[in-house]
Design a binder for this molecule. Sequence first.
Ligand code: URA
Length: 210
Amino acid sequence: MLEHLNVVRHPLVQHKLTIMRDKTTSTNTFRRLLREISQLLAYEITREMEMTTRTIETPLCPMEAPMLAGKKPALISILRAGNGLLDGVLELMPAARVGFVGLYRDEKTLEPVQYYYKVPSEMEERLVITLDPMLATGNSSVAAIDLLKKSGARNIRFMCLLAAPEGIARMQAAHPDVPIVTAAVDERLNEHGYIVPGLGDAGDRMFGTK
Ligand code: URA
C-alpha cells in the first residue's frame, strides 16, 4: 500500500527541485525540470498498479509475462499548473485518459471557484492520478477531488511537487483515502497562501507569465 504521504527523497528529484526553486532559473529550464520530476514522481505513484500476465514468445521460449491490467488510468490536470506535470506523465503512460479541472483561487477568500470540468468516462474503474504542482491551502485540491468522487472515482492518488503542512492536513482530513506523492514538504504558507520557501507561482514560472 502507498502511505498516505510519500515524500520522494531521491537525489535526482531533490537536485532538480533545488534548481527549480532558484529564482534565476529560466522558464525553459523550469518547464523541462518539472517534466523530468513528474516522471520520477509517476514512477512512485504508479507502484501497485493492477497487473496481469500474457503469454508471449521470446526468441528463446514461451513465457507468461507481466502486463498492466484493467482500464487505462485517468490523469487529471488541475488547471493551469497541473499541465506542467501532465506532459511528463503522459510520456510515461501514453495510453492514459486525460481530464481537466479548472479552478481558480479567489485572491481574497483563497477559496476555489470552478470554471471547467471534463473527465473520462467510467471513472469508478480507473486509477485516477490528480496532478497539481503546489499543495498549498489544499482548498482547490480538496474541491477537485470532491468533484472526481462525484464522477465515481474511487481509486485516487494526488501528485504534487511541493506541499505545505497546512495543505496536507486539509487533504488528510477531507480525503484520507487519497495518497499524496510529493517531492518535498515545505515549512508553511505565507499570508497570501504561498508556500514558503517554495518556488513562487508555479504557473507563472512554467508559462513565463506574471
Ligand atoms: N500556488 C503556487 O503556484 N505557488 C504557491 O506557493 C502556492 C500556490
